[in-house]
Write a protein that binds this ligand. Structure first.
Ligand code: ZN
Length: 452
């Protein structure tokens, strides 16, 4: 009852003061909902790389300025000694069932592949606010993915549509009948808010060619779909004598198309003489995009480290997170690997925010521009002895590590495991100590700031 009484008094006071002096009330109302104070802001899209305060109002970025007064915000979070960046954008992630039947584990299941998808919101714990599913679903399975996962996720979820209508893990990825160009493009046009491109993957990697399975069938159909839908293609590719990597990146791929898994073992990134393959530079000059897509089988230091030393850093960093690797890979672990190789932090942020946003033609993302959705990542750069692993079970030692401390999505604090934005428990307001067992009591929280 005590809470209700005080609330009633507050309501009466609110109306009384409104009637008495609306101007006074306006002057006292916080201008911002949230103020991140004292952090080092890196916002490559706006060429900001210095200590600034970031203010949020009604889910949007309201100001990125020096010394915004703390009394202008309802909640102030001290982020000094930390980095404040746009919410990270991971363009290679796996959600949902894809083509795997719902009874994939049962003896009578059509196929028995474990679905690739992991919970979409796991991305938030790495500072990621936008993920792009990389073709787990195709035209026939996309709606299930949308209703099951995308529509309920806190993280923003976009997707590349698999050229294979059934998608991944359904046992139909090698069927040309499944690669329906018109169905694929029509589906992308129907869901332009979600679908950002076409994915081709895993096609005919080692069996002999036959009348149906000609070398470029999947690539050609993905490109045909992308041309109709006016979107980029993301390629998961396996080179063979009749289907070389150089042919892919110099002849097949169009400007703006994305080669993911660039440092996988199967690509001739480093030539026998130790030099980087000149085809990579030539492909870049014609607008081809290179993406990390780390995964559980697509990242080898013996490609990545010599490439970085010769100045070749992938345009975008992405995880390829799925059920087979979520224990070891994260967006921040990949960013840390490149930091440990010597790539400057501002460059690492660029390739994790504005670059991937541009690649999927979503330039409103990956930036802290005023007026955009308040998707923000608070990161800590640690110095010490750290080690990283690749997909060949080799280790690389380094002396830096990047970790996510807080993630903000549309102004909501959706990840804050160390309580950067929270008060110490014994200084919390009385409401925090209430036991919410009487129906109408307010929740026992230390503040009212939206956190989910
Ligand atoms: Zn993948």
């Amino acid at each position: 009852m005590r809470n209700w009484t005080s609330k009633s008094i507050a309501v009466i006071f609110f109306f009384a003061s409104t009637v008495a002096s609306p101007l006074t009330l306006l002057a006292q109302a916080p201008r911002y909902d949230l103020l991140l104070k004292g952090g080092h802001v890196i916002d490559p899209a706006n060429h900001i790389d210095e200590v600034r305060d970031v203010a949020v109002f009604q889910g949007k970025i309201a100001a990125v300025e020096k010394n915004i007064p703390a009394d202008q915000a309802g909640k102030v979070v001290d982020v000094s000694k930390l980095y404040v960046t746009p919410g990270l954008v991971d363009i290679h992630y796996h959600i949902g069932h894809g083509g795997a039947p719902l009874n994939w584990f049962a003896p009578d299941g059509r196929t028995h592949f474990l679905p690739l998808g992991i919970p979409a919101d796991m991305a938030l714990q790495s500072g990621v606010t936008t993920i792009v599913d990389a073709g787990t679903a195709g035209a026939d399975t996309f709606l299930q993915e949308k209703e099951e996962v995308i529509d309920h996720a806190r993280v923003r979820v976009l997707a590349f549509l698999n050229i294979v209508s059934n998608g991944m893990q359904g046992g139909l990825e090698q069927s040309l009948d499944e690669m329906d160009v018109n169905l694929c493009s029509a589906t992308i046009k129907k869901y332009p808010d979600i679908l950002v491109g076409v994915k081709t993957a895993h096609y005919w990697t080692n069996l002999p060619w036959d009348a149906e399975h000609v070398p470029w069938a999947a690539v050609d159909r993905a490109i045909a779909c992308a041309q109709l839908a006016n979107v980029p293609v993301m390629y998961d590719f396996w080179p063979r004598p009749d289907r070389t990597y150089e042919d892919l990146i110099l002849n097949k791929m169009r400007p703006g198309d994305i080669h993911t898994h660039v440092f996988a073992q199967q690509f001739p990134i480093i030539l026998p003489d130790g030099k980087i393959n000149p085809a990579l530079t030539q492909a870049r000059a014609r607008g081809v995009i290179f993406d990390v897509g780390h995964g559980s089988g697509s990242f080898w230091f013996r490609n990545a480290v010599p490439a970085e030393r010769q100045g070749f850093v992938p345009d975008s960093f992405s995880t390829d997170l799925h059920t087979g690797n979520f224990n070891t890979v994260s967006m921040t672990s990949i960013m840390s690997e490149f930091l440990a190789m010597g790539v400057p932090l501002e460059d690492v942020i660029l390739r994790s925010t504005v670059n991937p946003a541009e690649e999927i033609h979503r330039t409103e993302l990956g930036t802290l521009s005023v007026g955009k959705d308040a998707d923000i990542s608070v990161l800590e750069l640690m110095k010490g002895h750290f080690s990283y692993v690749d997909c060949g079970d080799a280790r690389m030692d380094g002396n830096v590590k990047l970790t996510a401390r807080m993630t903000i999505r549309e102004g909501h604090i959706v990840y804050d495991p160390s309580g950067l934005s929270m008060v110490e428990w014994d200084k919390a307001r009385p409401q925090y100590f209430t036991i919410p067992d009487r129906g109408n009591l307010p929740p026992a929280t230390a503040d009212d700031y939206p956190r989910n």
